[in-house]
Design a protein around this ligand. Structure first.
Ligand SMILES: Nc1ncnc2c1ncn2[C@@H]1O[C@H](COP(=O)(O)OP(=O)(O)OP(=O)(O)O)[C@@H](O)[C@H]1O
Ligand SMILES: [Mg+2]
Length: 275
């Protein structure tokens, strides 16, 4: 059975979509079959770093939720992110697969879902079908910030809820609310990730401080970096900058997600992106 990992943050712009895209890619690279669902129906975006050609998108999550198609029809194989690197001989083994279920970026479809809503239970059914039919090892759920119906549902069904926060007082307060809600929902496992930390901050001290504040393990402290601004979501950061400190921390988080789920192929090392 696939492991479900939801990525959430109370406030917007913390890096959820980029972190989700990178964790999914790094895990797929180990040979796994990974699905990603963009449940941020109000402001979708994770299709961007995967370079999904919008003109080729016939169905989206919205269509599935309106009963216009099966969930597989709204699924796009974005494993081509590996192709160019394979050509450059970066990998010495075949990477796995990444399947993306995008949300619609059409104004009318976004406003319709905000106006009319949908049956949130369909999301759960869709996830289950997807995991079974695509034989997924992992399903990542990229969420809308704040607490709403999709967030609650994704938190409940997750094997791991990853909550991202920036070192910012507003984020700290909001994260406390999220954690409180998650505890009330009996979420199986929670991990915190701090993103956009100033490189001058001592990561170990920050980790201890955040862990002590929330009594939730911190899986990694990701530095704020100029390269991420330059990349501007145009690619998967870890593939573009395989040796970067941000990538190293993502690899560490991915390893924690993989551990206790499925033994790693012993010939594979998360830390090495080039052959
Ligand atoms: N460590 C980082 N350093 C610098 N910029 C970053 C970092 N992480 C993310 N960003 C930038 O922050 C912006 C928001 O990132 P992203 O879209 O992944 O966040 P999000 O939490 O998904 O946002 P939303 O809540 O709107 O869905 C993007 O421009 C991204 O490039
Ligand atoms: Mg996002």
């Amino acid at each position: 059975m696939a492991k479900i990992i939801s990525i959430h943050s109370f406030r917007g712009g913390t890096g959820k979509s980029n972190v989700t895209a990178n964790l999914a890619t790094v895990i797929a690279r180990t040979g796994c079959r990974v699905g990603i669902v963009d449940t941020d129906i109000q402001s979708p975006g994770i299709h961007v770093p995967f370079g999904l050609d919008e003109s080729k998108v016939k169905y989206t999550l919205n269509d599935y939720l309106w009963g216009r198609c099966a969930i597989e029809a709204a699924t796009y194989d974005v494993s081509s992110v590996f192709t160019s690197r394979q050509k450059q001989n970066w990998f010495n083994k075949n990477p796995g697969k990444i399947y993306l279920i995008p949300s619609s970026i059409k104004t009318g479809e976004i406003s319709r879902i905000l106006r009319e809503g949908y049956d949130a239970r369909l999301l759960n059914d869709g996830f289950r079908n997807l995991m079974q039919r695509l034989k997924l090892d992992y399903l990542f759920i990229d969420t809308h910030p704040g607490i709403n119906e999709e967030t609650l549902l994704s938190a409940i069904i997750s094997d791991v809820l990853v909550v991202i926060l920036r070192p910012d007082k507003q984020d700290y307060q909001g994260t406390a609310v999220t954690i409180d809600v998650a505890r009330k929902l009996d979420v199986q496992k929670m991990l915190l990730v701090v993103n956009k930390a100033l490189p001058s901050l001592n990561p170990e001290a920050l980790k201890q401080q955040v862990q002590a504040t929330y009594s939730v393990p911190v899986a990694g402290i990701l530095p704020v970096c100029e390269e991420m601004f330059h990349l501007a979501s145009s690619d998967i950061f870890c593939l573009r900058y395989p040796e970067h400190p941000w990538t190293n921390v993502v690899n560490g988080i991915a390893k924690q997600l993989i551990d206790n789920h499925k033994p790693l192929n012993p010939s594979f090392s998360l830390g090495r992106m080039r052959s």
